[in-house]
Design a protein around this ligand. Sequence first.
Ligand code: ZN
Length: 204
Amino acid sequence: MNTLHVPQVSRPRDPHIDGQGWLTSAKRLPSPNFEARPDSAVPTLIVVHNISLPPDDFTTNAIADFFLNQLDHDAHPYFDHLRGMRVSAHFVIRRDGTIEQFVSCDERAWHAGVSSFFGRERCNDFSIGIELEGSDRVPFEDAQYAALAALVRIVVKRYPIDAVAGHSDIAPGRKTDPGPHFEWPRLRHDSALPPSFFPFQSAN
Ligand SMILES: [Zn+2]
C-alpha cells in the first residue's frame, strides 16, 4: 500500500472534544457532581488518578454509580464510608480501555480535593481529571495506556494544557494515586508530549 501521499491531517470524524466539552468517542454518563470553573478558568493541567470500587475489584460498575450518586452503599462494606460523598472526574478509563466521560471538560469536576500545583491551589479549578480503573497494587493494562495517551493528545489539542501530573504530585501525603505501577515514561513516550509537560518526572 502506497501511503506516501496520505496527508497527516485530522478528519472531522476523528475523536475530538466537541463544542460542549465532550469527547465524541466516549461513553457519556453525565454526573451531577460539577460546577462552573471560576472566573472562566481554562484547563491547563491534566491530573491522572486511579480508582477501583471496591478496591482492587475491576468487575463492577461501582465507579460510575459512585460518580452518578447512585452507589448502593449497602452492597459492600467499603462503600459505607463513601456515603454522602459527592465526587466526579471528567474521564474514567476502564480496564479494557473504554473511556467514560462524566463531566464536560469545560466544567469543574470534583476529583482532586485539597491540592496545589506549584503553589496554585484548588487544582479542580484548572484541571481535567482522568481516572484509570486500577489501584496502587497492580499494573495497569496496555489498553489503558493506549487510551490514556490518545485521550491526552485529544485534550491537549483542544485546551491550553501545559502539564500532566499525578494526584499524588498535587496532594502529596494525602493521595498516592496513580501509584507505583503507573508508568510515567510510557505516557511520556506514547503521548509524544515534550518533557516540560511532566514537571514531576525527571527529564531523562
Ligand atoms: Zn486520585
